[in-house]
Design a protein around this ligand. Structure first.
Ligand SMILES: [Zn+2]
Length: 188
């Protein structure tokens, strides 16, 4: 009898590394550019079966505008992935927040809990684990990781993330919440 193999097949999820979330953008995350070398090294590594980049992608009258400044409007430069990202090695671009009435911090479910079917795509490709990096730790990265944790072995690699931190505790609180939700948070 052959021994059972437990091969882990991992996808890298690069969350919202878009012009509007970086220096000069409509909703710039402090020091967001610092993650680029880290994220690019991960993209270029042989560690991942699949690399997925998400894009926050809103219609011009999106429901989130008001709570947030107008950002990542479809067909604008601000919505595009940062040009320094190793785009050629990203196999899947996954757009979220496209519904006018509903926001979607997470890549797997929108803010009402409706599935985006990203999990189905990953499972169809045999993915059993995800590493999450990108912007921003206390919103779309954290929410995506918390949604992934019941479905995949989930890690967040903090050197590849930056947070917004509107309140000083927002980022540490999200890290605590992620750990409580079964996410392995890697500090360095
Ligand atoms: Zn948004």
């Amino acid at each position: 009898m052959k021994p059972t193999t437990h091969k882990t097949t991992t996808a890298l999820l690069v969350i919202d590394v878009q012009n509007d979330f970086m220096a000069g953008g409509a909703l710039a995350v402090p020091d967001a550019e610092e993650i680029l070398p880290v994220v690019n090294a991960l993209i270029a590594s042989a560690d991942y079966e699949l690399v997925v980049a998400t894009q926050d992608m809103h219609p011009g009258n999106h429901a989130s505008f008001g709570l947030w400044p107008v950002h990542c409007v479809q067909a604008t430069l601000g919505a595009e992935l940062n040009p320094k990202l190793l785009r050629d090695q990203i196999q899947v671009i996954w757009r979220k927040g496209t519904d006018q009435a509903v926001d979607s911090y997470g890549a797997f479910f929108d803010n009402t809990g409706k599935t985006t079917h990203l999990a189905d795509l990953l499972k169809a490709k045999g993915i059993t684990a995800v590493d999450v990096v990108g912007l921003a730790t206390d919103y779309c990265v954290g929410t995506t990781a918390l949604q992934a944790a019941p479905l995949f072995k989930t890690r967040v690699l903090l050197p590849g993330c930056k947070g917004v931190g509107i309140k000083p505790d927002d980022i540490p609180n999200m890290i605590t919440q992620m750990r409580a939700g079964g996410v392995e948070v890697i500090e360095g």
